[in-house]
Each structure stands twice: as C-alpha cells, then as structure tokens.
Design a protein around this ligand. Structure first.
Ligand code: NAD
Length: 383
C-alpha cells in the first residue's frame, strides 16, 4: 500500500503531515511512502532526510495524489489555480487530514462524490483510548504556549516580579479564559514566565486542573447547566452569556494580558469580552483571541489581524500551530502514525465501523457521508 505525504498549499502553512522519523516507522510497517518534493522544508526537513528514512520523493503533485492509496495531510485539500486536489485522488483512496467537516460540509460532500474514504482528525474522540491520535490536543497545546509568547512580546512590561536596586517591578497579571488544552498550557507558560495568573472556564470541573497548573480559578455562579455530553462545554443561553461577560469584566479590566481560548465544538465561539470592557482596559494591555477564527471571544478582534483598539493590543491569530511547525509537525505526524497503525491489519487499512474511533473519525466511505452532523450542516446550507 502506498502512503503519500502532500505538500501543504495553504498560504503560510509550514507544517507537514509526516516527519522523517515517522516515515521510517511507516516503512517498517510495510508501507511504500511517497513524499511531495519540498513538503517538509517549512518544518525543517529537506527531501534528502525523507529519502534516508526510506521514502521516494515525487515532484509532480498530480502523480503523488493520483497514485496514493492513503494520502496524509494537515489542511483540507485545496481547489485553486485551475485544479482541485480532490479530483486527483482515485476513487477508493483514503484521505486522513484536518477536514473542517462541520465548517465546510461541501468539501465532505465532494469527497463522498469522488468515492474517497475520508477520516477527519477533528473528529477523533477525546477519550483516553484515542489520546495518542488526538491532534486537536497536540496542536492546541503548542498554540497555548505560543499565545503567551505573542502576548509577552507585545506587552510594554515584563512578566516576572523583579527586585532591583532601581526598585521592584511587580509581576504582570494574566487572565486566561477557557481552560481546555490550550488554556491550561497558556496558564502553565505564563506561570513559568513569572506572571500572576487567573483563569475561568464555563465547566466548573476544570477548577482543580487550573489550580494544579498554578492559577486562581474565578467562580461565577450560573444557574444553567454548562456541561454537555462527554464533558464538553455547552452553548449556553444569551442570558447566561451576558452574566459571564458581566462577571468577568472586573477581572479583564485589571489584567495586563488576557488570553482567550473558549470554544464550543461546532458552534460559534462565545463572546466573553464586550467592546465596553475593552475600552475600560489599561492602555498597553494585550488580548490574544485564540478563538478568532470561529467568531472570536472578544467583540473587537479581527481574525488574522493584530490591531490596536482604544490603546489595547488585540492579536487574533488564525493558525498558531503553524507558527511552531517543527514541533507541531512532529506531534501531528505521531498522531497520524498512531492512527494508521491502529487502522492497519497486514499492511492494509481495515475499517471496523463498530469501533468508536473509526466510526467517529470517518466522514465519508463508499460514496456516502457517514457523519450525521455533517449531513445536517449540508441541509442547513441547501435551505
Ligand atoms: P475547546 O478548544 O473546545 O474549548 C476550550 C475551552 O473553552 C473548554 O475548556 C471549554 O469548556 C471552554 N469554554 C467554552 N465555552 C465557554 C464560555 N462561555 N466561557 C468560558 N469557557 C468556555 O476545548 P478542548 O481543549 O479541545 O477540550 C474539549 C473537551 O475535550 C474538554 O472536555 C476536555 O477535557 C476534553 N479532552 C479530553 C481528552 C482526553 O480525555 N483524552 C483530551 C483533550 C481534551
């Protein structure tokens, strides 16, 4: 079976789906591995490193996609410059990648029409058994770290307390909103840099985790149940949202840095910082809105831009994992390797739809869309 690793065509994307280390594991598993020329350069690996690992380097992307039995990628296939990567795939091939199936269900539809079996890395279940394949977590972890570095670099003060002959500098106050994987790493990173850290999450169960990484947990009394099935956050009512914004406002206006990471899977990001609260923040304070791409946690953020609003710097990155491509590629490559090894029997992929990891992640197979939420999202678009 031939596994192909495509070069990412998305502007600014430096990650790659497999690194030489994981390629040699695939080769040892009996797979033939093809890598598109230049695919790993952004992450620090030249073509020769892949060849040493046992891969064949292919210059023609149409040939690589067309011959692949399994194609591994970071971002969804692109359609531009007069070609569609999906149309290069042969019917029956398997594509494993982030596919944004709920945000862009038409892409999933195209994959089904092409007869491609597609597994979406966003849909790997967040369970202990699937932890080694959980790419959302591996990428969010590094993103949480990087968000703090971006804030520190933009803040007109340092993070740690410093006692010097010229006086004592107080520590910076950092507030983290949303304490999932990215938020917990942001807390730990800000603490390591010496900041005083407070955090809030709508799920009260994360209080202990927040405290274990060194932050004070902010409690806001909410009557509505905020946790959905599987321990995820729920999309709460407008009234509860308003209560949260009101409760957070005094903490936000005291903070030097606010890192926001709050998301509800498949829904727009909750609004946690109103424009009015931004105007009450200290001049020079910094917001990093990690949820900007899904609508933003701050009313003033603009996805993909760094802006200054009423003397507050608002940074709204859209691909933080892509800014640390060496590490995020290593981790993503390992997630994919673990998934391929999990699915493969005797050198062939064998999909068992009774298995929760396979049935959750597989969005198209044998010409059909298999995921009910994607089908619903398509219905919404067509009406
Ligand atoms: P995420 O990126 O979807 O969301 C980030 C955080 O925002 C979450 O902690 C969420 O509770 C919070 N949030 C949502 N709405 C909010 C609001 N209005 N105000 C404040 N905070 C809000 O989260 P994630 O890091 O991807 O984790 C999602 C879930 O998956 C969590 O339940 C986590 O414990 C679980 N998880 C499990 C495993 C595992 O078992 N292996 C691994 C990773 C994550």
């Amino acid at each position: 079976m031939k596994i192909a690793i495509a070069k990412e065509k998305e502007l600014g994307e430096l990650r790659v789906a497999q690194v030489p280390n994981t390629v040699s594991c695939l080769v040892k598993q009996g797979f033939e591995v093809w890598v598109e020329a230049g695919a790993g350069v952004g992450a620090g690996y030249n073509d020769a490193a892949y060849e040493t690992a046992g891969a064949k380097v292919i210059a023609d992307p149409a040939l690589l996609w067309g011959e692949a039995d399994i194609l591994l990628k970071v971002n969804p296939p692109t359609k531009r410059d007069g070609y569609s990567e999906i149309d290069w795939l042969k019917p029956g091939a398997t594509l494993i990648s982030f596919l944004n199936p709920l945000g862009d269900p038409t892409l999933t539809q195209q994959l089904a029409q092409r007869g491609v079996t597609a597994l979406s890395m966003e849909l790997i279940p967040r369970t202990t058994r699937a932890q080694s394949m959980d790419a959302l977590s591996s990428q969010a972890n590094i993103a949480g770290y990087k968000a703090v570095l971006l804030a520190a670099a933009s803040l007109p003060q340092i993070f740690p307390m410093m006692t010097t002959a010229a006086g004592t500098i107080p520590p910076a106050k950092v507030l983290v909103l949303g304490a999932g994987v990215a938020g917990l790493q942001a807390i730990a990173t800000a603490r390591r840099l010496g900041a005083l850290v407070e955090a809030f999450d709508i799920r009260p169960t994360v209080k202990e985790e927040v405290q274990s990484v060194g932050a004070k947990f902010i409690e806001i009394n909410l009557e509505e149940d905020t946790t959905a099935e599987g321990g995820y956050a729920k999309q709460v009512s407008g009234d509860t949202q308003a209560l949260i914004r009101q409760g957070l406002s005094p903490y936000i206006t005291k903070a030097d840095v606010v890192i926001t990471t709050a998301q509800v899977p498949g829904k727009p990001a909750p609004l946690l910082i109103s424009e009015e609260t931004v105007t009450q923040m200290k001049p020079g304070s910094v917001i990093v809105d990690m949820a900007a791409e899904s609508g933003g946690n701050c009313a003033c953020s603009e996805a993909g831009k760094n802006i200054t609003y009423k003397n507050v710097t608002i940074i709204s990155p859209t691909n933080l994992p892509g800014t640390v491509p060496a590490n995020t590629s290593q981790m993503y490559a390992k997630n994919l390797l673990n998934l391929v090894k999990y699915l493969a029997k005797d050198g062939q992929l064998q999909l068992n739809f009774e298995d929760d990891i396979t049935s959750s992640a597989c969005v198209t197979h044998a010409g059909e869309i298999r995921n009910e939420r994607v089908k619903e999202a398509l219905l919404v678009i067509s009406h």
